[in-house]
Write a protein that binds this ligand. Structure first.
Ligand SMILES: O=C(CO)[C@@H](O)[C@H](O)[C@H](O)[C@H](O)COP(=O)(O)O
Ligand SMILES: O=C[C@H](O)COP(=O)(O)O
Length: 955
């Protein structure tokens, strides 16, 4: 260490003040990086002509470089082509290329100065939330990835940054400590540097090739202090003159004292020991040295901060100014007492330097986060633009108040980095419960891609296995995704047709059996828990039939998809299933479509698995952690839905193109089961043909997912938007983009759930009706019959059931139409009416229920749901029981024309279905829901006809 009192003789006569700095022991670095600047040789020009010895970058600098213009486009296109697909990854690859190019230009300086200078700095992500361990991991990762000896990794010198710095120095990584404003913080950082070197030396490792700088920010301090001075002076402060006397002096005084600390420490015996081992001192680097106040010299923060073993990183304009008219002198050690007096005076005047520096750290962190948001937002927007038709487009039209609230929510989420917290599996985004255990769906597309070969082998096996049908047995999350695939993509050439059975209705079971030739059928039994009643009894039934069809080869016609360790796994092993695929226990059923629960049927029906996973990954990348919320298509959708719900618009009305109509069935489960609980949530309205704006209340939000070229709904949607209803339109270029929608809507649901304030991953009320059903089937097994029940009225073929409280609300009516009228009369604006039919789901009954629900909607101007049991119990049933108490339900049950035995059980499918309907009704009553059950005896078709007429009349 050698403090220079006078410049080296070589500086005499030096006409370039930048070059002259060397004589004072100061290295000029450039606080700027840009691709063209390097490519056009301008950086090299500075090195050659101005004695430039290093480069610093930060998120704001990269934002200016990459956030605008087209100079990064060529690499952008290349990266997109390679599939490096999310905004954060793209940014990093582009930044690293610049940093490496900068390193190449500066490497000769590194060699010439024996590693003292020649560094290029790259900052760790400002999104690390100032946490020690993630910062260490990120710095190590960047060091390894950039892989240049003259890289400096920038780490904030904040409280959590200090231990990270110590560790990273011990690792042997070059560190630029950034965001230093206060002397105290600087002291801790220098201590961490020394401790890191000592720890490394103690391990016997070399410490002579490690470089570090401590970036002390200057001008921002004057910016704050001067601002406070100006305010007080303007307000006629009694100390006005004294205040004016320290204006523009505090930052430099602060820096001078930091330098004094540096000199003291480097003189110390402790340091000398390290120096003897070849350690380089951690030089002070003056950052934020561009003059902001035009009243001051444009080279103020260069001329006043010149001293031995220091660096000044200058923005280009400051560098140009200093080259032009700077006058170097050994200023840093001048009038140190004067500097102390300035700080003492600032203290006496109450200018609160410690408070100012603390605020500056927070603001500094925040402004780099904001810059990063702007940068990644620009990268994400460009990515969307470049992907064009490869991504489904979304547009949102909102009424004014909602639009404002949505924008506010997006800005709050941006500031809080909440989408990053989702990816970081932070349960406090929701209720702080066990949500973190249910978030593996976020990474499942990438995770499955890594194992796609197993799925491809299975696909080949099915193709050559002599099957013409695949019959999937499952409920809710285990069946609705596969059903969307079957309905949307249909039969694929060379592969069997996929059928999905999710009912205990005996007629429906038999109808499915008739649809297929079992000897040419592969049965997929799909149950995450492996304990769900329906897939278990359906498996028992079809296994029994299969044995009859193919004898002891039955097992080879069965495949299981289930979570590891489940009852179904044991069954599958015991029965010699052809294959067992496993789910992920950290993914709930309704979020499982992109796991094996969707991919196994996709493989079996012959969908191209690379396309399926590619679509999923592209959307997952659009919603990635580094994408700011305002550019994240899932988060935007979720915000619209969540904020709408909180504004009373909780009926999400789906509009889909005919060819992808079944997506609604999957969406229903996702939204209802995820959000409909503790009296809150979204009520999905599927299949309710669009009507004129006048039939809708203020409780709707419309979500259209349409195939490009389908303009059939445009006029109706335009009219709704014009009438002030929120309308979201998603346009798919291809049917395959339905796969991407799975991920978008999962992410949206997680976001909406957070905004609504619920745990988006449990389903407490589905469990409740399973318990009630189990009680009834157990009772049947022990007594041979279901517990008796008494109708409160009968009317021909119809018997009516409800609880006392509900009966009291029916005004004494005892016949069909008056009862329906009394039931419907209970629905107020904002309520919805549900038709819940435990009958065979087939084209005729679907038409029947749709006609009936439209009559109700148009007559009562309320939202309607029309569902088949027991299918909806594993889907929307959660929200009907646990969501807002705004549903009015008509449950329809019927005698079964013929029943079917369940092998190995006393009960039949008919008994199970009856028990499910009763269990469901019991829970609805117990939750205080308005509900009536009508049971049809005898011929179902004529019973439904009569109910349909009565509904129309009562509506
Ligand atoms: O930290 C370093 C150098 O290590 C710099 O890149 C530093 O971030 C910049 O000098 C400052 O952010 C610029 O500050 P300002 O001129 O915007 O106040
Ligand atoms: O949505 C899930 C259904 O309740 C079925 O559950 P499972 O896959 O565990 O059989």
């Amino acid at each position: 260490m050698n403090v220079i009192e006078n410049p080296k003789p070589s500086a005499a006569g030096q006409s370039n003040p930048l070059v002259a700095l060397d004589a004072y022991g100061q290295s000029p670095w450039l606080d700027f990086i840009q691709r063209s600047f390097i490519a056009e040789g301008k950086l090299k020009g500075l090195v050659d002509n101005d004695g430039l010895r290093g480069v610093t970058s930060n998120p704001s600098i990269f934002e200016k470089a990459m956030g605008h213009g087209t100079e990064y486009d060529a690499q952008f296109d290349k990266l997109l082509g390679e599939g490096l697909d999310d905004a954060g990854t793209i940014y990093e690859a582009m930044a690293i290329e610049d940093i490496r190019n900068g390193c190449a230009v500066l490497d000769p300086v590194w060699v010439a100065t024996s590693g003292l200078d020649g560094y290029v700095s790259l900052e760790v992500s400002p999104y690390l939330g100032l946490q020690t361990e993630p910062t260490i991991a990120e710095a190590r990762r960047l060091w390894k990835t950039v892989d240049r000896r003259n890289l400096m990794v920038k780490v904030p010198g904040t409280e959590p940054g200090v231990p990270a710095i110590r560790t990273l120095i011990e690792d042997g990584i070059n560190i630029n400590v950034t965001l230093l404003f206060s002397l105290d913080a600087y002291k801790k950082v220098l201590e961490a540097y020394i401790a890191g070197l000592e720890a490394r030396a103690a391990k016997g490792e070399k410490i002579d090739a490690i470089a570090s700088v401590a970036s002390f920010f200057v001008s921002r301090i004057d910016g704050k202090i001067d601002g406070a001075i100006d305010k007080r002076v303007a307000a006629g402060d009694k100390d006005a003159e004294a205040l004016k006397a320290v204006r523009g002096k505090v930052a430099i005084a602060n820096a001078k004292l930091a330098y004094q600390h540096y000199l003291e420490v480097t003189k110390s015996e402790r340091w000398q020991k390290l120096a003897a081992l070849g350690a380089n001192p951690q030089r002070l680097l003056w950052a934020s040295t561009g003059t902001k106040d035009k009243a001051y010299s444009d080279v103020l923060y260069v001329e006043e901060l010149i001293g031995a073993d220091t660096v000044n990183t200058m923005p280009p304009a400051t560098m140009d100014a200093f080259r032009d008219h700077g006058t170097p002198r050994n200023s840093l050690v001048e009038d140190v007492d004067g500097a102390k007096k300035v700080l003492a005076e600032a203290d006496r005047l109450g200018l609160d330097l410690p408070g100012v520096t603390a605020t500056l750290v927070k603001e500094g962190v925040k402004s780099f986060e904001d810059a990063f948001d702007a940068l990644l937002g620009a990268v994400a927007a460009k990515r969307t633009e470049k992907l064009g038709a490869k991504l489904a487009a979304m547009s949102v039209a909102l009424p004014e108040a909602l639009d404002k609230a949505v924008k506010e929510s997006i800005e709050t989420w941006r500031k809080d980095g909440t989408t990053r917290r989702i990816w970081a599996k932070d349960a406090s985004v929701w209720t702080g419960g066990d949500e973190a255990k249910w978030l593996a769906w976020l990474n499942v597309p990438h995770e499955r891609l890594a194992h796609v070969d197993e799925l491809k082998a299975f696909q080949q096996d099915v193709k050559t296995g002599g099957f013409d049908s695949v019959l999937l047995l499952g409920m809710g999350g285990s069946s609705l995704g596969p059903e969307v695939l079957a309905e949307t993509f249909g039969k694929q050439a060379g592969f069997p047709t996929l059928h999905v059975l999710d009912s205990t209705d005996p007629q429906q079971v038999v109808a499915f059996e008739k649809k297929v030739d079992l000897s040419k059928t592969l049965v997929i039994v799909s149950s995450k828990s492996g304990g769900t009643l329906e897939p278990n009894i359906l498996k028992a039934y079809f296994f029994d039939r299969m044995k009859k069809a193919v004898g002891d080869k039955a097992g080879s016609h069965f495949v299981a998809v289930t979570d590891p360790g489940s009852h179904m796994e044991q069954v599958a092993k015991g029965d010699g299933f052809r294959k067992i695929f496993y789910g992920d226990k950290q993914i709930g059923g309704r979020y499982s479509v992109l796991s094996n629960f969707g991919l196994v049927p996709a493989a079996a029906m012959g969908l191209d698995l690379d396309t399926v996973l590619g679509e999923a990954i592209r959307m997952a990348s659009s919603c990635a952690s580094n994408v700011p919320v305002g550019q994240n298509p899932g988060a935007i959708l979720g915000t619209v839905l969540g904020v709408s719900a909180n504004h009373g618009r909780d009926k999400v009305t789906f509009v889909t193109s005919k060819d992808i109509y079944d997506l609604g069935a999957w969406l229903e489960q996702l939204l209802a089961e995820s959000t409909g609980k503790i009296g809150r949530g979204l009520i999905p309205i599927d299949n309710e043909t669009l009507g004129a704006p006048s039939v809708y209340g203020e409780d709707r939000v419309f979500a259209a997912v349409l195939l490009k070229g389908d303009s059939s709904q445009d006029a109706a949607l335009d009219a709704l938007a014009k009438a002030g209803h929120p309308v979201v339109r998603i346009t798919l270029e291809t049917k395959e983009q339905v796969i991407g929608e799975f991920f978008r809507w999962e992410f949206a649901t997680a976001v909406a759930g957070a905004i609504i304030g619920i745990d988006a991953f449990d389903q407490p009320d589905v469990e409740a009706s399973k318990v009630e059903t189990r009680k009834l089937t157990d009772a049947y097994n022990s007594s041979g019959k279901l517990p008796a029940e008494t109708a409160f009225a009968t009317d021909g073929a119809f018997s009516f059931f409800t609880d006392e409280a509900n009966q009291a609300k029916l005004g004494g009516a005892t016949t069909l139409e008056p009862l329906l009228k009394a039931l419907f009369d209970q629905a107020k604006a904002g309520d919805y009416i549900g038709l819940l039919a435990y009958i065979q789901r087939e084209p005729k009954t679907i038409d029947w229920i749709e006609e009936a629900r439209l009559a109700v909607r148009d007559g009562r101007h309320v939202a309607t749901v029309a569902e088949f049991g027991p299918r909806f119990l594993h889907s929307t049933g959660q929200a009907y029981k646990g969501g807002p108490n705004s549903g009015v339900f008509l449950q329809i049950t019927a005698d079964d024309a013929a029943d079917v035995a369940v092998p190995g059980e006393k009960y039949t499918f008919g008994v199970v279905k009856a028990a499910q309907a009763r269990g469901d009704f019991d829970v609805l009553s117990e939750r205080g829901r308005r509900a009536l059950r009508v049971h049809v005896s005898g011929d179902l078709a004529s019973g439904l006809d009569a109910i349909g007429k009565a509904i129309k009349a009562a509506a």
